[in-house]
Design a protein around this ligand. Structure first.
Ligand code: PRX
Length: 663
């Protein structure tokens, strides 16, 4: 595909035709009766339907406790264990059924039946206890896409220890940061994993992170990718322990699942916000598990006989909710893949789909754009047949959607676009696949029981069909909602609620959740999400805060100030552009540019690599001292400049533009 044929941003804005879900799909769907929307309109009672999908040790007595907004508690009085729900309860009927079929990048495979999963989870729970992990201790995981990741998560859940998985692509400083914020004394890692044919030493990141924290982490549990520890892996005496050695002492152990309160924490998931400090979204047990089980069944339309593949990384919320907790709670057989989609060839994904006879396929628009760029010839040799496909994480351009529909879905699969966030726990805006027509580029209507709205700056609702975009908000709580930001209730209120809520009120109706996205709602009620409205960008489906990058860049000795803006990118959606002011007397040079790029790669991860580094004389500050990144974004994307009158020096952006477009 040539550059001119690249998907355009503007194309998203024109009205698109509908596509009907195929009758064969509708005939087999878990939900084909539109009455579901009425049932969930009984609020909050409707959500009990999701909670009924889960086994409770004690049934809840309150559906929603909204007495202390915005700290909402679902299914209060109820007790349950997530690991029991994802594993034990399936044993009788589905013990031999595949829970995961995992494929390593070099081609090694492992099939893990529910029975095997049960044994592994119990043994690992015993291992965690043997090193001192107790209920409510936060265990940090830094694991790539290996079966040991879901196994360790479920082992933590079994003993009531919240896990905090840090995406494997994050480097040591990012890991240290998250370990520290969570006060986590336990770290679980692995010697390495395969990526594009290479064995990557992963353990060294744990070493550097723990060293940086100077003694806060006392135990590092180390899995091995192969049977034996990789010979180059460094092990620190008295701190690092091989899981395999401990497992030898705990073969066949059974650990009773701890009965957790619905409101007890299940996990933390760090995500980027508008300050340099990542925020730990804290999810509870009862509401979260009910919500992801319900949406897995009704939206992903998973049946016990299906093979489901969520082609995403468990290190982000998508994998937590829709590879681990949701699908396992409803007894799904899932595919997991370790490596790169183009290794050793660009047909790898379709080869896997054919090999395991995948029925339901879930991925990101960035991945679809990549497949589209590679070309349909890579799909043609493989015989796979999806009945249901989804996308998540970014807006999908209509022409990308149509390519996905035609070449991946063979015009017979239904497609749903799913809008949600780390904070929402599960999908909140999407069409139910058998009930609503598909419309390329739109995420569709609200999920049952969810009430989104679009607000203008003043908090007035913008009518559907007006053509005006505004702030996307959610006007009533739902069971998957985060409980708070770990250790920072104030930031929780200021980031999500303050702007559109009456924070004095103790009536939940006065509290409105601000998602941080802009959206527009068509007359048919379908939402189109345009992107973030705060200083957060979406790079190939990875969420990145401008300030997170800036705080790393200003550590480069020659740099005095830095601002990061998002540039539209045909494949990755967005990429960061850096605008840096150098110290007095320092001249711009290629080596400083490289230093900046390498600082981002080593402090955060390669996925955050800046596209451009521009050296400028000054940044656009407002009179109150805030950097107006929006103006830098307009420069990066060669758009006309919006209002500059609030700037300390209104000529700065024009000067930057001249400088950038000349160089
Ligand atoms: O900007 C929205 C975008 O991704 C953000 C949430 O990122 P994260 O917490 O990392 O979770 C990603 C996976 C759920 C949102 O604020 N986003 C997510 N889904 C969509 C989307 N943008 C457009 N369309 C979507 N379907």
């Amino acid at each position: 595909m040539s550059q001119e044929e690249s998907p355009t941003f503007e194309a998203r804005l024109s009205e698109q035709e509908y596509y009907r879900p195929p009758p064969a799909f509708i005939g087999q769907a878990n939900v084909s009766d539109p009455d579901i929307y009425n049932r969930f309109d009984e609020y909050p009672e409707g959500f009990e339907e999701y909670a009924e999908l889960v086994d409770w040790d004690e049934r809840w007595d309150t559906i929603l406790d909204a007495s202390d907004p915005p700290f909402f508690s679902w299914f209060g009085g109820g007790k349950l264990n997530a690991s029991y729900n994802c594993v034990d309860r399936h044993l009788e009927e589905y013990g031999d059924k595949t829970a995961f079929v995992w494929e390593g990048e070099p081609g090694d495979t492992r099939r893990i039946a529910y029975q095997d999963l049960y044994h592994r989870v119990n043994e690992v729970a015993a291992v965690l206890q043997s090193v001192g992990v107790e209920e409510d201790d936060v265990v940090t995981l830094h694991l790539p896409m290996v079966p040991e990741l879901p196994i360790t998560m479920l082992a933590c859940a079994r003993i009531g220890a919240p896990h905090s998985e840090v995406f494997g692509g994050f480097t040591a400083p990012a890991l240290a940061n998250r370990l520290e914020d969570a006060n986590s004394r336990y770290l679980v890692t692995i010697d390495g994993y395969y990526r594009r044919g290479e064995f990557l030493d992963h353990k060294r990141k744990a070493d550097a992170a723990v060293e940086e924290l100077e003694g806060d982490v006392d135990t590092v549990l180390v899995w091995t990718r192969e049977d034996e520890l990789h010979p180059d892996t460094n092990m620190v005496d008295g701190r690092d322990v091989l899981v395999a050695d401990l497992l030898d002492d705990h073969r066949g152990d059974h650990i009773d699942p701890v009965s957790r309160n619905a409101s007890d924490t299940l996990f933390l998931m760090y995500t980027s916000g508008t300050t340099g400090k990542p925020k730990g979204a804290q999810h509870g047990t009862g509401g979260y598990l009910s919500y992801v089980a319900g949406t897995s069944k009704y939206l992903f339309d998973i049946h016990p006989t299906d093979t489901y593949w969520c082609f995403a990384d468990i290190g982000w919320i998508t994998g937590h909710s829709y590879i681990v907790y949701g699908p396992l709670a409803i007894g799904t057989s899932s595919v997991m893949y370790e490596g790169a989609p183009d290794h050793p060839h660009k047909g790898r994904v379709w080869e896997i789909a054919e090999r395991y006879d995948v029925d339901i396929f879930h991925t990101s628009p960035t991945a679809v754009r990549m497949f589209m760029r590679w070309g349909e010839e890579y799909l043609e040799p493989y015989d796979f047949n999806f009945k249901h496909m989804t996308t998540v994480g970014e807006p999908i351009q209509p022409e990308v959607w149509r390519w996905y529909y035609t070449y991946v879905g063979h015009e017979t699969a239904v497609i749903v676009d799913t809008w949600w966030q780390t904070e929402t726990g599960g999908v909140v805006i999407s069409n139910l696949p058998a009930l609503d027509d598909m419309k390329p580029g739109s995420v569709g209507r609200a999920m049952p029981g969810i009430k989104p709205a679009i607000f203008d700056e003043e908090g007035n609702e913008i009518e559907a069909g007006s053509g005006n975009a505004g702030y996307l908000v959610l006007t009533r709580p739902w069971p998957g909602i985060l409980q708070t930001l770990y250790g920072d209730d104030e930031r929780y209120i200021s980031e999500y609620w303050e702007e559109f809520s009456d924070t004095e009120s103790d009536d939940w109706r006065d509290w409105v959740y601000k998602a941080g996205d802009s959206a527009v709602q068509a007359a048919d009620g379908y939402y189109r999400v345009m992107g973030r409205v705060d200083d957060v960008m979406n790079v190939a489906g990875h969420r990145l805060g401008s300030m997170e990058l800036e705080s790393v860049i200003v550590e480069v000795p020659e740099v005095s100030e830095a601002a990061v803006a998002a540039r539209d990118h045909p494949q990755k959606g967005e990429v960061p552009d850096v605008y840096a002011v150098l110290m007095e007397g320092i001249e711009p040079s290629e080596s400083i540019r490289e230093e900046v790029v390498s600082a981002v790669e080593t402090e955060i991860g390669k996925f955050a690599r800046p596209e451009n580094v521009e050296f400028v004389n000054a940044l656009p500050y407002t009179r109150s001292g805030k950097i107006m990144r929006r103006l830098l974004g307009e420069i990066s994307n060669d758009r006309s400049l919006s209002d500059t009158t609030t700037l300390e020096d209104p000529d700065v952006p024009e000067r930057i533009r001249e400088q950038v477009h000349v160089s």
